[in-house]
Design a protein around this ligand. Sequence first.
Ligand SMILES: [Zn+2]
Length: 154
Amino acid sequence: MTEAELMPEIYTPARNDNGLYYDNDSFKIPRHGMKCGCSSSTKFVKRANFKSHWKTKGHMSWLQKLTEDEKNTFKDNVQHVEVNKQQIKQLTEQSIIIARQSTAYMDLNDNYKKVTKQNEELLNDNYKFRIILQKIHSHGHCNNQEVEEAIGLD
Ligand SMILES: [Zn+2]
């Protein structure tokens, strides 16, 4: 037998669905004894001795503490879920703002493209008028053919 096999088993209480810890009668004491989870000092070999240990103040307050810890863990989890919900809400709001800004940016970009196109058209018209003006300056007038040639330029 190894030393590990000779170590007394450590008793752990049962737990019901509401997180309440209680002593469970169905335990078996191994031949090399059993220790209680509430205190490491006493080694029990007899079942009756172990069951009377359950009635001690120390053991009962241990069960109570386990139950309290369980409740606190549950409370912590509820708080974490609440925090997560808040974070998801904030992220969703930020996503909406980003989507709005992106739409606004695309609108601005579209407008910019339109204005740029209009500007190009105006510059082109300006160029045509300058050619017509040059003709007028060079020979005092501009005939229909010259005007049509200038307008036909793109
Ligand atoms: Zn105990």
